[in-house]
Design a protein around this ligand. Structure first.
Ligand code: GTP
Ligand code: MG
Length: 350
């Protein structure tokens, strides 16, 4: 693998090549990288030492479906699931880690990746400015807030704006609450001058009936990209947590719930990074009765969701029917607020 990687560098350093030549060589560099990604992705659980069909079945039954999930597992987790020895568990984790490119990359490489980041506009200047110019790709942006605070509306608006900005791109909408409304997409499309039918054609909506279904749909997005060749630029999960909240009731189930949400978000993060797409998830709040000061609400999903989201926004109803978004967490932006109205044509600045 290293050898393959060396090649394009020497090509690039060859200053004698004509412009045409260097262009075709850059193309071939891209091809090499694509091929390299494919060889990484083609490896499966069966490539792990001592892992036979019976073990694979046990692993897959609880969600260890690819090398990445094994690579980030602890030996104890694998022992619990498969009954294998400590030594065997350590060995397969080590093998999974070494076969995935989990190593370091230079700051320069990270910078180059950052240059490719796209931002989907919310339609409100103030809101866009708050999040650094729009909802970012290679990241998960979470909006949490009470009912009617605008989370679903923002999903619809992003779906339309994404197509305005990136014609021909695809939006995936995982709808867990049955709140996707094509007529709303129609209305929003017209207001930005797009043909509603074209926009609707490029939104792939899937209703998730329970948490397992929701997680499966998340995993299936990769098929849309790889097998159907769709240029997915935006994935919306509305709501991320509603099914989890309904299915896992009571304290005894909390650990399992959190583990599953974590895996689901890791899948979304992986897609976002691998395919430079934008992931938008919505989340409810619950009241925190012991809080006497400030806002007595907190997001569902606790620290797991908070940490897995790259950008975290709290939405609330403001004065005169406005909505206020507060940036609660972000890797590089200051905390702040933006106010806007949700209108028929989309978000409007105040
Ligand atoms: P839950 O899913 O119930 O937690 O709420 P949410 O945060 O998803 O709320 P949602 O995005 O559905 O916001 C609903 C609000 O948006 C409504 O109360 C309206 O104020 C506003 N809204 C929705 N559709 C329209 C529309 O077509 N025109 C206008 N002007 N406002 C709308
Ligand atoms: Mg909603």
């Amino acid at each position: 693998m290293k050898q393959i990687l060396m090649e394009p560098k020497t090509i690039q350093n060859n200053k004698k090549s004509t412009e045409d030549n260097s262009k075709s060589k850059i193309d071939s560099k891209e091809e090499i990288i694509i091929k390299e990604e494919q060889t990484i992705k083609e490896k499966t659980l069966s490539d792990l030492p001592g892992v036979g069909p019976a073990t694979i079945e046990k692993l897959e039954a609880v969600g260890y479906t690819d090398l990445m999930s094994v690579a980030v597992a602890t030996p104890g987790e694998l022992i619990d699931v498969t009954g294998m020895t400590q030594a065997a568990a350590k060995k397969i984790i080590a093998t999974a880690r070494s076969s995935l490119d989990m190593g370091f990359e230079s700051g320069e490489d990270v910078l180059k990746k950052r240059e490719k980041v796209i931002r989907v506009s919310t339609g409100s200047e103030a809101f866009d400015a708050l999040v650094g110019g729009g909802f970012e790709s290679a990241a998960i942006t979470e909006c949490y807030g009470e009912f009617g605070s605008g989370k679903t509306q923002i999903g619809h608006i992003l779906a339309v704006n994404c197509q305005k900005q990136f014609p021909g791109s695809t939006v995936v909408y995982i709808d867990t609450e049955n709140t996707f409304r094509p007529d709303r997409i129609e209305q929003l499309s017209k207001s930005v001058g797009l043909d509603p039918m074209d926009v609707l054609k490029n939104i792939k909506v899937a209703k998730a009936f329970n948490t397992d279904h929701q997680m499966l749909l998340g995993e299936k997005v990769e098929d849309l990209i790889k097998k159907q060749g769709l240029d997915v630029k935006l994935i919306i999960v509305d709501s991320l947590t509603a099914h989890f909240r309904a299915e896992y009731i009571g304290r005894g189930t909390l650990a399992e719930r959190q583990q599953k949400i974590n895996r689901h978000m890791r899948d979304l993060a992986k897609l976002a990074h691998m395919y430079n797409l934008c992931a938008y998830v919505t989340n409810q709040v619950m009241s925190k009765p012991d809080q006497f000061f400030g806002d007595p609400t907190q997001a569902i999903g606790g620290h797991i969701v908070g940490h897995a989201s790259t950008f975290r926004l709290y939405l609330r109803k403001g004065k005169k029917g406005s909505r206020v978004a507060k940036l609660v967490d972000s890797p590089n932006l200051p905390e702040g607020e933006a106010s806007f109205f949700v209108e028929g044509s989309g978000l409007k600045d105040i």
